[in-house]
Design a protein around this ligand. Structure first.
Ligand SMILES: C[C@H](O)[C@@H](O)[C@@H](O)C(=O)COP(=O)(O)O
Length: 217
C-alpha cells in the first residue's frame, strides 16, 4: 500500500488517539472509533481491532459514498463518521467513545445541562442525548447528526458519546472535557438538583473561549 507522508501521519495519529482514549480512561477495550477527514473522503478505524495491535495499514480509506478497498473492514459506525464529516464542513475529526459517566447519563436518557461553564466548549448550553438506535445503523447516524447541530459533542442513548473538532487534538481534548462534565453532573445529582448557569452566561463564555487553547475557534 503506497501513501503520502501526510496520509501515513494521519493514520498513526488516529491509532495514537485510540490508545490515548483507553489510557485516559474515557474508553475501554475495542469500544469506540475515530475518523479524520482526508482528501475527498475520510480515514476511519477498522472494526473490532484491539488498539494495541492496530497498524497504519489497517486504517480504512473511505470515499464519501462509503466505498473502500474490499479487503478492508471499516468501523461498524462508519456511517455516522461519514455523515458527520459530510454535513459539517467545520469539522475534520470525529471521536466516538464509551466513557462511563457519559454513558450512565445516556442510559438514563439525560442530556448534560449547563452545570459548569466549560459546557461552552461543546458549542452551547447543553450536550444533547441522541435517541437510541441500533449501533451501525443509518438511524443512529441521523440521530447523532441532529443532536450535534450547533454543537461539538453529544451523548448517544444507551451507548456512549461523540466529540468532534476542527482537528483530532481538539476532538480528543473535548472528549475528556465532556466526560469530566458528565462526572461533575452525576456527582451533583447525588446531592440534589444542581443550580444551572443561564444561556446568556454560556454564550458569554463561548465568545470569551474562542481561540482559547484547544477549544473551539
Ligand atoms: C459493537 C460496537 O462496540 C459498537 O458499539 C461501536 O459503537 C463501537 O464502539 C466499536 O465498534 P467498531 O469496533 O466496529 O468500531
Amino acid at each position: 500500500m503506497s501513501m503520502t507522508a501526510d496520509e501515513l501521519a494521519k493514520r498513526q495519529a488516529i491509532i495514537d488517539a485510540c490508545r490515548r482514549m483507553n489510557a485516559l480512561g474515557i474508553n475501554q477495550g475495542t469500544s469506540g472509533n475515530i475518523s479524520v477527514r482526508h482528501a475527498d473522503g475520510l480515514l476511519v478505524t477498522p472494526t473490532s481491532v484491539p488498539y494495541e495491535a492496530m497498524s497504519p495499514d489497517q486504517i480504512v480509506l473511505m470515499a464519501m459514498d462509503g466505498s473502500h478497498a474490499p479487503d478492508q473492514k471499516p468501523s461498524s459506525e462508519w456511517r455516522f463518521h461519514r455523515d458527520i464529516l459530510k454535513s459539517r464542513p467545520d469539522v475534520n475529526a470525529v471521536v466516538h467513545a464509551h466513557p462511563t459517566y457519559c454513558t450512565v447519563l445516556a442510559i438514563m436518557g439525560m442530556e448534560i445541562p449547563p452545570v459548569h461553564y466549560m459546557i461552552a466548549a461543546a458549542g452551547g448550553d447543553s450536550i444533547r442525548c441522541a435517541p437510541y438506535a441500533t449501533f451501525g445503523t443509518a438511524e443512529l447516524s441521523e440521530h447523532a447528526v441532529r443532536a450535534l447541530e450547533g454543537r461539538l459533542a453529544c451523548l448517544l442513548d444507551h451507548h456512549g458519546m461523540i466529540a468532534i473538532g476542527k482537528t483530532l487534538d481538539k476532538a480528543m481534548w473535548l472528549a475528556v472535557e465532556v466526560e469530566t462534565l458528565a462526572r461533575q453532573y452525576h456527582g451533583c445529582l447525588q446531592i440534589g438538583q444542581p443550580p444551572l448557569l443561564s444561556s446568556d452566561e454560556i454564550e458569554r463564555v463561548r465568545q470569551r473561549m474562542a481561540g482559547y487553547g484547544l477549544s473551539e475557534d
